[in-house]
Design a protein around this ligand. Sequence first.
Ligand code: C2E
Ligand code: MG
Ligand code: MG
Length: 591
Amino acid sequence: MKNIAQQYAPLIQIVDDDFATRLLMRASLEKAGFRVAEAENGLVAVAEFEELQPDAILLDVMMPKLDGFDTCRAIRRHPSGMHTPILMVTGLEDLESIHRSFDSGATDFITKPINWPVLNYRVKYMLRASEAFHDVIDKQKQIQELAFFDHLTGLANRTMFKDSLEILLAESAAEESQLAVLFMDLDRFKTINDTLGHHTGDILLQNVAARINSCIRESDSFSRLKKNESKNYVSRQGGDEFTIMLPRLTNPEDASKVAQRINNALAQSFKIEGHEIFISASIGISIFPLDGTEAEVLMKHADLAMYHAKEKGKNGFQFYKKSLNIKARERLNFENDIRKAVAGEEFELWYQPQVSMQDGRITGAESLTRWNHHILGQVPPSDFIPSIEELGLIVPFTDWVIHQAGKQQLEWQKDGMRPIRVAINISSKNFIQQRLPEKLKRIINDKNVTPCFFEVEITESVLAEQSGETLKILRHLKELGMTISVDDFGTGYSSLMYLKSFPVNSIKIDRFFVKDIINNPQDAAIVQAIIAMAQSLEMTVIAEGIETREQFRMLRDMGCNIGQGYLFSPAIPAKHFARLVQVDNSFYNFK
Ligand code: C2E
Ligand code: MG
Ligand code: MG
């Protein structure tokens, strides 16, 4: 009877046609505490792989029937063999075999004659590396699960919804079919929540979600829905807001039938914990391609239509009409205004401090653009940046930001302020066309600024494109001495693969997760997983949107490196920022 440790020891499969070699390997590995299985050729090894699930494989190169290279390839094609460590046993300095082993997917190689103590260590090292790798992969999976679904209703969350919508829009464009986006808001939900309590409110939202789902499933307007496809077509955007997408409409009027069906379904009262609750909803509808071709625009228009439905009396639905937004003329003015602002008149760059979580010192600043519109007053970036992108003005706009940030660095330097790293936000739109390396290099030379005092903030979508050109640009920026951070992390792809294959220095946890970190264990778990992942990749973690001391303490204890948020300061004009840097050390005393 083996003891427990032996039963759970890693299992190593030896694949070699030579009986004596197998015997020696077995003896050596068992002595080192491993369990061993043998296969006398490649065919046997592949056939037994599924059942054995070895933790690592030692694979001889020269074997009859199936040689080591083909065996390795076959195992790699197996769904659970993708990441199994495979050590190739090759002839001494047989470069050709070493080269072919690598190409067929081997993890490492060892040469014959075998130095036994070295073999044991080689296996141990391989297992250690694979364990670390699996750890990181597990964390990534966890983040994705937590990050894409709404925990209360099980519906898609806004990120998932937007991703699915983008995919469907591309399909609809290719098929030349129509698609509707429904934006739905419950009427008087707040009153119910306030009078009956949050718990009842939560159960009500779950019931509403179920009823919406049943209306969608019954729908005859898009009968070609593939199995399970509808899962991501209904989302809770947060609070009492839901969105629905209906692809492959033959007629936009079909969308109103679904809206009507939802209203009818909600008209029947809900019985929750002894209360009978009546509720209704207002629904706005936008249609692709009539009301827009991009996900964000369609969502915005459906949202606007929803407000219109509310105004017209609740429990109804409205289609978006261009006139609902701004009248065509006013819209034209707005475009002209943006063009003028980009030409350099009304924008201003403000700075929000980034603070070390350890000692409270200011380590950097994020630059954020402010638009002082001559009539509308201060317009928030979330309103004008999408318009800038739509109008194709992102390149001149980014040029302005870079120029401004460089100029500011020089001015601060002249005023004797200690050098501070400034992060600039780079839109993912036309990322390649922005020719960042050339432009940043020029500004650094012109203004005589040290490159390490520039940080470039990109979003995950830039990395997700996986283009060689993007990689080239980022490498170039890094060579110039700049740092790169990934903004709004957690809301997008959250993929380790992207992070690993690009030269990224830090990730910024989106404020959406920080907001509820104290009260929502799920958000806390996401943040903890992101931090662990970043640490294993040796990246710095910046948390956005820290507003309270509790959030600060929790994030610091989780190992977050840098913080940003209203607790320290909102974005402020350059002059005020300089003053803040002067009082620096004594200023943030949040222990
Ligand atoms: P972002 O890059 O994620 O910037 C952080 C946003 O969070 C800023 O909003 C900031 O004012 C806000 N914020 C910071 N701390 C807190 C906090 O404690 N609580 C809350 N509630 N909010 C906080 P802002 O300035 O409205 O900018 C919104 C977005 O617009 C930015 O998100 C960024 O994506 C974009 N943006 C701003 N300036 C530029 C720019 O110059 N170029 C580009 N391409 N995008 C920009
Ligand atoms: Mg940012
Ligand atoms: Mg952000």
